[in-house]
Design a protein around this ligand. Structure first.
Ligand code: 8IG
Length: 284
């Protein structure tokens, strides 16, 4: 569904005067109303987005109250990426109402940055105060083999893209909440922490690009998360980021990176990372 049709403006009607940010906010509010109506859950507390390799953990998070296709909710596109189911699930985890997004829209789908961060704005409009963002990624550290969960401590946005419009000076100090990371460290002592570097994709990096990431302080590489977290901080959400290393970054093993490796690692790790997330949600 296009934004215009989602808002009830047909092709035959002229769009209202362009106020892009209000427009994005209005579409998120409409998505939140649809979610409330279709799930019967009037407000949610915690949003979780499950990225590559994380699809198998959804069932571990709690009791499923309702599930929708993302394509049924205004502003969401059907995600075509294998391993991304394109669902929205309302989950009861203890006393928390969790809004889980199974699959996300990526920048490389060329649907625009607003489509990429729409789930974040929708989560905020649905009442969420916390965002747990997960992804599958390449790892630059030898000591973090595929299958290692890593807490995101900070990010480097190499996409050249921002979800912010105009002079919106959002502070990203402590974007990845030190409070929430301390809770994870209590639940899962010794979990490593690293700096996530977002590329636009969809190509994986060259070995030379991985050399650059290393030089500027990146530990993880992927194609999501940083731009979403910027939108989350604009919306006032407290953010917890967890990466699952699904492959060594380009040039580290002498082997190519394959989608099979990425998916296999996710499946093999589902029980462990599902358990981690499930124990975490009641604490955040
Ligand atoms: I899964 O090695 C996954 N996503 N940019 N590089 C980038 N994205 C990824 C990678 C990777 N692995």
């Amino acid at each position: 569904m296009t934004r215009e049709s989602a808002l009830g403006y047909g092709r035959h009607m002229s769009a209202p005067p362009a106020t892009p940010l209000d427009d994005a906010g209005a579409l998120a509010a409409e998505a939140a109303r649809t979610i409330a109506h279709r799930t019967g859950v009037l407000g949610h507390d915690i949003a979780v987005v499950l990225g590559s390799g994380w699809a198998g953990v959804a069932d571990a998070l709690g009791h499923t109250v309702a599930e929708l296709n993302q394509s049924e909710v205004p502003g969401f596109s059907q995600s075509p990426v294998v391993g991304h189911a394109g669902k929205i699930r309302s989950i009861r985890a203890g006393d928390r109402a969790v809004l889980a997004f199974l699959g996300r829209t990526h920048l490389y789908q060329d649907l625009g940055v607003d489509a990429t961060v729409h789930y974040v704005r929708t989560a905020a409009a649905a009442g969420c105060r916390t965002l747990v963002v997960t992804n599958g990624c390449g790892g630059l550290r030898e000591e973090w083999p595929p299958g290692t969960p890593v807490l995101i401590r900070d990010h480097i946005n190499l996409t050249g893209i921002t979800p912010l419009r105009g002079a919106t000076f959002v502070d990203l100090t402590d974007a990845y909440s030190a409070r929430l990371r301390a809770i994870v460290q209590a639940v899962s002592p010794g979990i490593p922490e690293g700096v996530y570097t977002q590329f636009h994709g969809p190509q994986y990096e060259t070995p030379a690009e991985i050399g650059m990431v290393r030089a500027i302080g990146g530990d993880l590489v992927g194609m999501s998360t940083a731009v979403e977290v910027i939108a989350a901080r604009e919306a006032g959400l407290e953010v917890l980021g967890i990466s699952l290393v699904t492959n060594y970054a380009a040039g580290m093993t002498g082997q190519p990176i394959t989608s099979e490796e990425v998916l296999d690692t996710g499946q093999a790790s589902a029980t462990r990372i599902g358990d981690l997330l499930a124990r975490l949600l009641p604490e955040v």
